[in-house]
Ligand binder design. Structure first.
Ligand code: RP5
Length: 165
């Protein structure tokens, strides 16, 4: 029978970042997944500093039960594209705000993938939205995530309507 309930202990999402210096920006993604009861892997792997390990991770991710990848990188940010090249899993890229160009370099590097290998791209430093998009993808298979997403949106709606200004 098809498994339609995510197991809290087995990671469904891989959050990969190009440097330990990206961890703070990627943390809201991990927190968001946790709030929805989704376990994830949270790892540093670099497309240029550890290319072999990054490719191996991507190649083996689906076989280990990962269903969506999130990749954060800054500067000439090719990590998401490199991971996407080695897997059929959906890959969501998070452009990290860089010092010299404020993340515009990261954004364009990730969003401008040539045809054939797609990478979904969220806002600069948008790891929480990357996690929400990953949850929406997972919700196609796990109906309880749809229920949680509806409740999440309702709580946002309530906050706006109850705002006192
Ligand atoms: C990229 O270079 C990383 O994703 C990071 O955003 C940026 C800077 O890395 P560090 O020099 O801080 O390690 O590879």
């Amino acid at each position: 029978m098809k498994n339609t309930k995510p197991k809290p202990s087995s990671p469904l999402v891989g959050i990969i970042m190009g440097s330990a210096s990206d961890a703070e920006v990627m943390e809201p993604g991990r927190t968001t997944l946790k709030e929805f009861g989704i376990a994830c892997e949270f790892k540093v792997l670099s497309a240029h500093r550890t290319p072999d390990e990054a490719l191996k991770y991507s190649e083996e991710a689906a076989g280990r039960g990962i269903e969506v990848l999130i990749a954060g990188a800054g500067g000439a940010a090719h990590l998401a594209g490199v991971l996407a090249a080695k897997t059929l899993l959906p890959v969501i890229g998070v452009p990290i705000q860089s010092k010299s160009l404020k993340g515009l370099d990261s954004l364009l590097s990730i969003v401008q993938m040539p045809p054939g290998i797609p990478v979904a791209t969220v806002a600069i430093n948008g790891s929480a939205n990357a996690a929400l998009l990953a949850i929406e993808i997972l919700a196609l298979k796990y109906p309880e995530l749809q229920t949680k997403l509806r409740a999440y949106r309702e709580s946002m709606r309530r906050k706006v309507l109850d705002a006192r200004v």
